[in-house]
Each structure stands twice: as structure tokens, then as C-alpha cells.
Design a protein around this ligand. Structure first.
Ligand SMILES: *[C@@H]1O[C@H](CO)[C@@H](O)[C@H](O)[C@H]1NC(C)=O
Ligand SMILES: *[C@@H]1O[C@H](CO)[C@@H](O)[C@H](O)[C@H]1NC(C)=O
Ligand SMILES: *[C@@H]1O[C@H](CO)[C@@H](O)[C@H](O)[C@H]1NC(C)=O
Ligand SMILES: *[C@@H]1O[C@H](CO)[C@@H](O)[C@H](O)[C@H]1NC(C)=O
Length: 464
């Protein structure tokens, strides 16, 4: 009698509690201030996915020289001699940057977004972020707010955002996101607002915000990756846009954003933090972050004169992934397609290598969380993740761990088991007193190696 009384009052409490929570969930309205915007939990798919691909493709892909900052380094306030000379040596004096656009001429049979998407899926990445407008101002969709400087009016004469997003979305594993630059180097409206110490907002209300609403309403991206902070976040009206994005937009449930919403927001506010390019802090971060890194170490946009030594090795790429996810980050790996819309074979190879590695080791990557320790306390080149659902800790080992391999951080129990992901039999080990483990690595023949680079030890049922 007493017992059933307790359980029915529990039932009532649970019922009341649940309806209270669901009412609250429906009524959450984010307000246009950072405290409220920052309180929104990141949709779980983003942390679970861990790996994205960044695509820098625009008019800067036509000169494909120096970097995607080509225009600014040619005609900005502090020109690069190399870029100025490149223009002097190769073009007539009256040639303008806008003249490059006509050669951004994707052709049938060469540019094939389905082929891109097949590569992205094979890479094991879980999301794509396409540059839809860089600081040059050229929009890769037919924007109403970028007359004659968009991919339908000049150059490709196609909607590149529509084409890439629909190809990507054919793969259930892939989500589609957009990169968009707030400011534009040479836009007269922006320069005028800046001259007025950002007290006027003609550029923001005439260009930046209308474009952002148009992008989100038309293409429904799952990521809005903002960039080009140059101006206070109040000037950009960022919190107003984000409150709309989170409360009312067609992607309010799924969308994830970054932190580049104006001076003052970077590394502090928004969704995940990017802080600076190649952000790889090496220590545990309480807030989710993203390490945006590139396959060509010298440029985000394609360069025709890239040397092999400029291209990151698969070993270094995988090491970056391990370090980043161990510390609560995602990685966003950049590739710059050619002006023709081709992903050069060296970049395709890196992405497919990553996919082959993930097909063996993905268990330690997707859905993982940082562990108590990020890297081993004694052995260098070892980074950890964990899966609570599998009672497992994973050690990513940069160099092949032959013989007796010591890890100082794990604390074994009588139930502990050690395996090498992709290798069929479990490995023997010796626990070391209070903490630490020596794993006895068998002499595995080369043709039975589970993968070629960065191996993953799975250690289950630890005491810590
Ligand atoms: C997408 O990639 C996964 C591996 O991550 C693979 O199993 C699947 O077959 C691929 N899908 C297609 C349609 O190629
Ligand atoms: C900005 O101000 C300077 C002088 O203070 C002027 O020379 C320049 O033309 C102005 N630029 C714009 C875009 O208004
Ligand atoms: C811009 O921001 C101000 C201050 O937050 C707000 O009052 C105004 O409504 C915003 N304008 C637009 C068009 O969002
Ligand atoms: C673990 O990582 C930190 C931060 O990068 C580094 O300072 C430390 O040396 C690493 N530990 C080992 C044993 O390599």
C-alpha cells in the first residue's frame, strides 16, 4: 500500500515535470543579446559529427595565385609585390578584378557536384561548409542584393549554392552549411559606414543582412559560418539576426553557427568558437570549438603553383584531428577546387585516405567525448577520447607502438580489455600499480595492419 502510494505520487510528479519541460521548450524565445543567444544548446549532430569539409571556391579561384586574398593583396592599402608584379607581367593595365569573373566558367562534363559529393561522403566527413560569398563580395547564388556580381549574372551563369547543396544532401551522412563574409573589402557602402565610425548601417541593412536572410530562407543551411568581423557586433546587428535564426528561421531546430559575428563576438559569443584560423588549443576547452585548417598549408583558395611540400601529409592531418577532438573540438578541413570546379587529385587522395582511416577508427571519433586526460601524461604522441556508451577509452597513437607500450593515464580494473581497432584479437597487458598500463603489442605482419597511419587502442572498463 505504502509502496504503491509512493509510486503513484512519483508518477504524478513525473507527469507534471514532463509537461512543464515540454511547455518550456516550445516557449523558449531567444532574445537579441549575447547572454540569451549563448544560452542555446548546440544541436547534438554537430558535436557527434566531428569532421567537416570547407570549400573555398569563388572568383579568386580564377587567378589561383597567392591566395583567396588576391584582390586585396593586389589593390588594397598594403599591396604584395608578388601579386602586383603578377598582374603587371600577365595582364593589360586596364584589366580589373571583375574581369576575372568571366573565366569562372564551369563547363558540363568538367564540373560535377555529384562527383564532389561522392568524394566528401567517402572522406567520412559529416558536413560541408561552402564559401558562398568571400570578402570579394561575389555571391555564388543569384542574390537579389549582389547585382551583376553573382554566379548567375557573370561567370558560371549557374546557381552554385543550389547545385552543391543538392548534391551533398543526396548523402544521408552529410549536412550542408554556408560560409558568408559580413564585410567586403571594396564595397563603397561598407567603406562609407566605416568612415562614419560604423554609426551608419547602410551596408548592413542594404547588403549583409538581406543576403543572410535570403541564403537561409532559400537554401536552409544547417551551418551559418560567418566571417569578416571588421566592425562592432552591434553594427552588424548580429544578435537580431541570430535571434531570428534560432526562433523563427526554417532551420531553427538544426542550425549551428560560429563566433565570427563582429568585433567583440569572436572567441566569445555565438555557437562554437573558432577564435582564429587553425585554432588547436591543445588543452580541454569547456566550450565547443572548431579547428579550421587547410590541406594546402599556404592558401584556402586553389593555387596553380602549390608544391607537394605545401600539402599536409595524411599523418599530420590525422594527428590534427586527434588533438582537436580530444580537447572538445571539431575539425573543418579546407579544400580549394580549381576555377573549372575540379578537386585536384592530391586533395582527393587526402580526403579518401582520411575516409579509409575513419572506416576502421571511426568508432573512436564520431559520437566520442573528451576524456579526463586529453593526451598521455608520459608518452608523447598519444591523445584520448572516450565513449561512455561503450565504457571505452580510445588512445590515438601517432607512431606504431611496437613491443611493450606504456600509457600512464589509464587505471585498469579486473574487467579491463585492450584491443587495437581493426585487429581481430585482443591484446595482453600489465596494469601498473595505482595507474598506468603496459600493452604488449604482438608482431603484426604488415599485410594485417588494420590501417597505415595513426593507430587506435581501445581500452574498456577502466577505473578512471
Ligand atoms: C557513403 O560513405 C559511407 C562510408 O562512410 C559508405 O558506407 C557509403 O556506401 C557511402 N555512400 C554512397 C552512396 O557511396
Ligand atoms: C572616407 O573619408 C576620407 C576622408 O576622411 C575620404 O577621403 C574618403 O573618400 C572617404 N571614403 C568613403 C568611401 O566615404
Ligand atoms: C538592429 O539592432 C537594433 C538594436 O538591437 C534593433 O533595435 C533593430 O531593430 C535592428 N534592426 C534590424 C533591421 O534588425
Ligand atoms: C600533452 O599536450 C600538452 C599540450 O599540447 C603538451 O604541453 C604536453 O607536452 C603533452 N604531453 C606529452 C607527454 O606529450
Amino acid at each position: 500500500m505504502a509502496a504503491s502510494g509512493v509510486s503513484s505520487s512519483h508518477f504524478i510528479l513525473l507527469f507534471v515535470g514532463l509537461s512543464f519541460i515540454s511547455n518550456r521548450a516550445e516557449s523558449i524565445k531567444y532574445e537579441p543579446n549575447w547572454k540569451s543567444i549563448d544560452s542555446r544548446p548546440l544541436p547534438a549532430w554537430y558535436d557527434q559529427g566531428k569532421i567537416g569539409i570547407f570549400l573555398h571556391w569563388g572568383v579568386f579561384s580564377v587567378p589561383s595565385y597567392s591566395s583567396e586574398w588576391f584582390w586585396y593583396h593586389w589593390q588594397g592599402p598594403q599591396p604584395f609585390a608578388s601579386v602586383v608584379n603578377f598582374m603587371k607581367d600577365n595582364y593589360k593595365p586596364d584589366f580589373t578584378y571583375a574581369d576575372f569573373a568571366k573565366d569562372f566558367s564551369v563547363q558540363e562534363g568538367i564540373f560535377n557536384p555529384n562527383r564532389w559529393a561522392e568524394i566528401f561522403n567517402a572522406s567520412g566527413a559529416r558536413y560541408i561548409v561552402q564559401v558562398t560569398k568571400h570578402h570579394e563580395g561575389f555571391t555564388s547564388w543569384p542574390s537579389k542584393y549582389s547585382f551583376n556580381w553573382n554566379s548567375m549574372d557573370v561567370g558560371p551563369r549557374r546557381d552554385l549554392v543550389a547545385e552543391v547543396s543538392s548534391a551533398v544532401r543526396k548523402y544521408p551522412n552529410l549536412r550542408y552549411g554556408v560560409y558568408h563574409s559580413l564585410f567586403e573589402w571594396f564595397n563603397p557602402l561598407y567603406l562609407q559606414d566605416r568612415n562614419n565610425s560604423f554609426k551608419t548601417q547602410d551596408f548592413v541593412f542594404g547588403k549583409t543582412l538581406p543576403e543572410l536572410y535570403e541564403l537561409v530562407n532559400t537554401y536552409k543551411p544547417d551551418i551559418v559560418w560567418s566571417d569578416g568581423c571588421n566592425g562592432p557586433d552591434a553594427y552588424w546587428n548580429s544578435t537580431n539576426f541570430l535571434a531570428w535564426l534560432y526562433n523563427e528561421s526554417p532551420v531553427k531546430e538544426t542550425v549551428v553557427t560560429n563566433d565570427r559575428w563582429g568585433n567583440g563576438a569572436l572567441c566569445h559569443h555565438g555557437g562554437f568558437l573558432t577564435c582564429h584560423d587553425h585554432y588547436n588549443p591543445g588543452t580541454l576547452q569547456t566550450r565547443k570549438f572548431e579547428n579550421a585548417m587547410k590541406l594546402d598549408g599556404k592558401s584556402w583558395g586553389f593555387r596553380r603553383d602549390t608544391a607537394l611540400k605545401d600539402v599536409i601529409s595524411i599523418e599530420k592531418l590525422l594527428q590534427n584531428i586527434a588533438e582537436t577532438i580530444s580537447c572538445n573540438g571539431n575539425v573543418l578541413i579546407n579544400v580549394g577546387p580549381t576555377k573549372d570546379g575540379v578537386i585536384a587529385p592530391i586533395y582527393e587522395e587526402r580526403l579518401r585516405q582520411m575516409g579509409s582511416w575513419l572506416s576502421v577508427n571511426g568508432e573512436a571519433v564520431y559520437n566520442s567525448r573528451p576524456w579526463t586526460f586529453q593526451n598521455d601524461t608520459v608518452t608523447p604522441g598519444v591523445w584520448y577520447t572516450q565513449r561512455k556508451d561503450l565504457k571505452a577509452v580510445y588512445a590515438f597513437v601517432f607512431n606504431w607502438p611496437s613491443g611493450d607500450f606504456t600509457l600512464a593515464a589509464p587505471q585498469v580494473t579486473a574487467e579491463t580489455k585492450v584491443t587495437l581497432l581493426g585487429y581481430p584479437t585482443s591484446l595482453s597487458f600489465t596494469g601498473l600499480g595505482q595507474k598506468g598500463i603496459v600493452i604488449h603489442i604482438p608482431p603484426i605482419p604488415f599485410n594485417q595492419m588494420p590501417c597505415m597511419w595513426m593507430w587506435t587502442l581501445k581500452i574498456t572498463n577502466l577505473a578512471n
